[in-house]
Each structure stands twice: as C-alpha cells, then as structure tokens.
Design a protein around this ligand. Structure first.
Ligand code: FE2
Length: 356
C-alpha cells in the first residue's frame, strides 16, 4: 500500500481520507520492460491491482458504517473475508510491481543478480542462488493453469528465507515478511503469453529489480536500508511538498476554492500511448515550456501529471517551482489516476505544440 511521505516499503502512512488506502505508484517503466508489454503491465496495474484497491476501500467504508451489535454474522463473515482477500491482493501486487523494473532511467538488463548481502543469505538458506531460483521458478511454473502467488519471505521464527505458495491473496506463513512476490494468476500473463505460464515466469525473472528486493530484505530483518530513492518513482520530486497524490488531487478537484490548474505533459513520442486526460487539463509538450509557462496562473496551485509520474512531470515541476509557481507533481500520473477509478475525457491535442 502507499507510503505517502517517504515511499519507503515499510511505512504505515497509507491513508488519505480516514479509512482510505492509497494507491502505490508504479516504480517500473512499463514501456521499457524485457518481453512484458506495456499493455499487459498497465492493464494488470489498473484493472487488477487498482480493482483490489477500489474493492478494499469500498469494503472498509461498508465496515466503518456497520453496527456490530445488530449486523447478521453472515454479513460480518463475508465482509471480513473479502477485506482480508482484498488487503492481501493489494499488498502482494505492490510487492510484485515494486520487484520489477530497471534502475532509474535504465531498463532491466535481464542480467542482474541479487545484492551481495541477499546472495549470501540465499546461499545460506538454499545452498546457492541458483538452487533458490530453481525452486522458486519451479513452484511458479507448477501454478501454470491454476492461480496463486509464489512468495520469497523472511521468517523470523525459522531464521531464514523461505519460498511459499499463497492462494486467494490470503495465505502467508504466519509472521513472515514477503520480499518478492510473483503473480501467477492468468491476468498477469495471458495478454502476452496466452497459456504459456512457463515463458512468463522466465520473462518476469529477467525483469527483477534486486536492489529493491534487497532493501525489502534489510527492512524485514530490522536493518537500515537506504530505501528513500529506491521506492520513489524515478524523476519524481524528492521533496514531499512538491508532490500530490491522486487521492489528494481528487479531493482538491471537488473543491471549487482549492481546485488546482491541471497541466498534462507528454513527450511527442509518447502521444500515441495516450487516449485520455483529466477533465479540464491542458496538454503541453514539456520541451516547449518557454512557450506556455506564462499562461499559467501564479495565484493558484498547479497539478502537473504525465503518464506514470516519472521525470516528465518531475522535471517540469522543479522548473516551475524555481520560477515561483505553486506546482506539484501528481504521483503515479494518469496511470495511478486510472487505478483509483478517476474519471477522464478523450485526449484533446488542440493545445499541443512541440518546441521549435
Ligand atoms: Fe495480479
């Protein structure tokens, strides 16, 4: 779940309005992955992860309004079971997406190895990294045609890392902390691989981000991890006050007095990836900033978004703030907006002019 202030992997700061679990932005660049298509990854993030998040928030709202003394037991049972499944789905999907992707602006190479510390622990607990990988991937491939998760988790009780199977988003070794989760539900691969679950497993493993998994391990054992930058979307402004979550934006847009101006930034080469925008937003080319910056108001907040909230909006927000504008980058971009079920309108390119 989201960690609003630091985007670390462990912070409990996950709520927007009371009871609302916030969306976590994608850290991977979906257009740059090895053999996993943007269509697959974005659909998975928006529809399956976002769907679980929206379901969780709806269940929590229902639970918050429940009269515990008069509600029938079957209704309590049903809601609490669904809540557990939705919470598990949200958290496992966040670990899954966090565990994939390259470093900064670099795509995954497919050649990365676990951090030195994690490699030593895998060797201690499984005999070798190769043996761990063989077990983990065999478990995943064994789920082909079925569904579930394969999880690498740290068990304090057992004093070791373990590979565990999880079904219904609701199984876990009690007390164990997942540090890597591989989604084996068909929605995770069917668009790209059809029924070839085995090929998907190999491809997913070629996109693993060991640095973030290593940081999760350090946090699981109670050690310090330099996780701030690792769990922040690449290029997003590091200072909290220069960022706005999609939940905060949604609330602000419903308030006439605090309603921010919406700026939609898109690189020319990315226009074919776009079909919609937030209502009232103005579409601009980031490199043409000198042509449009003076059209922005200085007396109103400005929310700047791009596709996923990486360096396109982050760089522009830094420039705007240097010029005295009250600009904030929308964390997770329009993709996170989609994941919370935010409304959009068809993309309007009439204001779009490339830099000369
Ligand atoms: Fe999934």
């Amino acid at each position: 779940m989201d960690v609003q202030k630091t985007f670390s992997s462990r912070s409990p700061q996950q709520v927007a309005a009371p009871g609302t679990v916030k969306v976590r932005p994608l850290l991977l660049k979906p257009q740059w992955m090895n053999g996993l298509s943007e269509r697959l990854l974005v659909s998975h993030y928006v529809n399956n992860y976002g769907g679980a998040l929206r379901r969780l928030n709806a269940i929590r709202a229902r639970l918050a309004a429940l009269d515990w003394t008069s509600t029938p037991t079957f209704e309590i049972n049903g809601l609490k079971r669904e809540e557990l499944i939705a919470m598990g789905s949200v958290i496992l999907h966040e670990i899954y997406f966090d565990s994939l992707g390259g470093h900064g602006s670099k795509p995954p190479t497919g050649l990365e190895e676990p951090t030195a510390e994690l490699a030593r622990v895998l060797e201690r607990d499984f005999g070798s990294v190769k043996a761990w990988r063989a077990e983990f991937t065999a478990m995943a491939k064994a789920l082909g045609g079925g569904s579930g998760w394969v999880v690498l988790a740290w068990s304090e009780r057992l004093g070791r890392l373990v590979n565990v199977w999880a079904a219904d988003h609701a199984h876990n070794l009690p007390g164990a902390a997942p540090i890597l989760a591989l989604d084996m539900y068909e929605h995770a691969y069917h668009l790209d691989f059809g029924a070839r679950a085995s090929a998907y497993v190999d491809q997913a493993m070629a996109n693993v981000n060991w640095e973030r998994i290593g940081a999760r391990y350090r946090l699981a054992i109670g050690a310090d991890a330099d996780e701030g930058e690792l769990f922040l979307p690449y290029g997003a402004p590091p200072q909290q006050e220069a960022r706005i979550s999609v939940e905060e934006l949604k609330t602000a847009l419903e308030d006439d007095d605090r309603r921010p101006v919406l700026l939609d930034l898109c690189l020319p080469g990315d226009l074919p990836r776009r079909t919609d925008m937030l209502a009232g937003a103005t579409l601009r080319a980031p490199d043409a900033l000198p042509q449009w910056i003076d059209t922005l108001p200085r007396d109103r907040p400005i929310a700047v978004y791009c596709i996923c909230g990486f360096q396109v909006s982050g760089t522009a927000v830094n420039k705007l703030r240097q010029r005295g504008y009250n600009a904030r980058a929308v964390i997770g971009g329009i993709t996170a907006w989609h994941a919370i079920g935010g409304a959009t309108v068809p993309l309007n390119k009439s204001t779009y002019e490339e830099a000369p």
